[in-house]
Every structure is written in C-alpha cells, then in structure tokens.
Design a protein around this ligand. Structure first.
Ligand SMILES: C[S@@+](CC[C@H](N)C(=O)[O-])C[C@H]1O[C@@H](n2cnc3c(N)ncnc32)[C@H](O)[C@@H]1O
Length: 300
C-alpha cells in the first residue's frame, strides 16, 4: 500500500474533547509539580499527547498505536517533546508498562487519516479495497470476513456490532453476490449492495445505509470489543493508587462496556455517572465529535 506520508496534510485528525481530557488529569489528587507518567493508549496523530505535554511540564508520556502511519505522524508532531515521550507501535491489549503510571487515556476507534485514505478500505465514500485493518500487517481483512463467514455468522456479526435491524437481509445479499461474482470490486460496490437492501425511502437519509454494516465489519476486523475488554481489565494493574483512566468512545457498544465496567468494578471509583459530551461549539467545528462520550474512573 502506497500512502504519501511525506505530504504534510496526510494526517489531519482533529482531537476531540481536549479540554475535558486535560480537566480529567488536572483534577486528580496527585502532585503535578513532581514528575509523573501517563499513557496515551491510542496516540493517533498525537493530538491529545501534544496538548497534555504542553500543559504539564512535569509529565512524561508513553504513546501507543497499532497503525504505523499514525506512529509516523505522531512522531513528527511530538518531535519537540521527544525527550518526554516514548512512542511504541503496539496494540494496547499487548502492552504492559515497566512501572505504574498516573493516568491512562484512550480515544477509541479510527483516526481521520484511516477513514480518508481510500486504500485503507474504511470508507464507503471513497472506493478502496475491503480492508479496514488499523494494523496493516494483521492477516484478516474485512474482505476475508465477508468471504469466509457463513451467512448466519455474517448476519450475527452485523447485528451484534452494527445493531443493524436488516442484518439478515444484508448478509443474504452479500453472500449471494459473493457466490455469483467471487467478491466486490471495492468498498463502494459493497456499500451500494448494502444500500439496496433498504426500502427506497431509507436509502437517502442523512446517515448512509451502509454505516452500521461498515462499523460492524471494522469492529470485527480489529477485534475492537475484545481489546477494549483487555484494556479495561489491565488498567488497574497499570495505574498507581488514585490513578485515573479516561476513555472516549464513539458508539453505544463501547460506551456501554466502559460504563458498566466503571460502575461495577470495585477497584475503581466511577467519576462520571453520566458521560461527558462535547460542547455544541465543538460539534459545529468537528462533526466526528458528535457521538463522542468521555467516561472517567479512579483507581481506589
Ligand atoms: C481516535 S484515534 C486517536 C486520536 C488521538 N487521540 C489524537 O488526538 O490525535 C484512535 C487511534 O487509536 C488507534 N487504535 C485503535 N485501537 C487500537 C489498539 N487496540 N491498539 C493500539 N492502537 C489502537 C488507531 O489506530 C487510531 O490511530
């Protein structure tokens, strides 16, 4: 895959709820005048880490991402703080810090570069291979799922991770098409086939009819729910007592998981009974932020 990472506009991800993330760190009862360490589990373009390093002069960060293009973009952006950040290309579910840290932030899901780069195959607006891997060295792509799963398995996946009511009809259509022609030419043809499963009135609404199915495939390809479970389970062993975990999620399946975990795990105080959401002003300038929900918990 050829992606022009030399082009400075190649990575233009706008970080969401930066002030609220800073707030979550500023208000925890540790001494910010001494050296402290935090983990950014989803570094992306380095936006949140940049703002945190800028705000807290005594902060050292560890930044993780599984996407090499994000790692490259973040390394460039954070070069001025290079003595205060260690950047590691890894899935956060495989990571274990050497020492305990004061906070962990995770801004889940995909970055803007992934969705805007047709070759990554996340988009139904830009035609690309049916891929959707955040880590391009991972074996399974979305195309493998639609080819190898049975119709029933595919329908269950679309329902579970996309909460799509037409999951059975969509799975039947996809499997029929694959049987006839082997595969689709790309994401646009797949999206068109999914759109055709909807009654005409529903095909041209604000939200594209393929949105939920694409979300489901992306979640499955990247095992997003399994790795979130691992992150939530591991976080207590990463944090010092009173350490903070702040998680931004973008869909109800993730948010429910974070909410229940923070509510029921006795090792944590749940600091957000209701999630923190972006301001109207932020949503106006960054449409992607509209579904963001931030939840914060503190290790006892
Ligand atoms: C929403 S973006 C983060 C943007 C970042 N906070 C910023 O301000 O620039 C999410 C990032 O997390 C990465 N990611 C998602 N799941 C991951 C995982 N399990 N392990 C490591 N990185 C992951 C994605 O590759 C993507 O770059």
């Amino acid at each position: 895959m050829e992606i022009d990472s030399k082009n400075s506009s190649f990575f233009n991800h706008k970080s969401v709820m930066v002030d609220q993330i800073i707030y979550s760190i500023n208000n925890f009862p540790q001494q910010l005048d001494k050296k402290f360490v935090g983990i950014d589990a989803t570094l992306g373009g380095g936006g949140h880490s940049f703002e945190l390093l800028n705000k807290f002069p005594n902060l050292q960060m560890i930044g993780l991402d599984q996407d090499p293009y994000a790692i490259e973009a973040a390394s460039n952006k954070l070069n001025i703080f290079k003595n205060r950040i260690k950047i590691i290309k890894t899935n956060f579910s495989d990571f274990k810090p050497e020492d305990k840290v004061s906070f962990v932030i995770a801004d889940l899901g995909f970055n803007s570069n992934q969705i805007e780069t047709a070759e990554r195959g996340f988009s139904f607006q830009k035609d690309g291979p049916i891929d959707m891997r955040m880590n391009p060295t991972q074996k399974t792509k979305a195309e493998d799922l639609i080819k190898n799963l049975t119709e029933n398995e595919l329908a269950d996946l679309i329902y579970k991770y996309g909460e799509e009511k037409l999951s059975r009809k969509i799975a039947r259509k996809i499997k029929n098409d694959i049987q006839i022609k082997g595969s689709y030419s790309g994401t646009k043809e797949l999206a068109y086939a999914i759109g055709g499963c909807f009654p005409p009135k529903q095909r041209y609404r604000k939200i594209h009819p393929a949105t939920r199915t694409f979300q489901a495939l992306r979640i499955a390809v990247n095992k997003e729910i399994e790795v979130l479970d691992k992150l939530l389970n591991n976080a207590s062993s990463w944090l010092v007592p009173s350490g903070i975990i702040s998680i931004i999620s973008f869909h109800s399946i993730e948010d429910r998981k974070v909410k229940n975990y923070f509510k029921n795990d006795e090792r944590f105080f749940n600091l957000t009974k209701k999630p923190i959401v972006p301001s109207e002003d932020e949503v106006k300038i960054n449409k992607r932020s509209r579904s963001a929900k931030l939840r914060i918990a503190q290790l006892k």
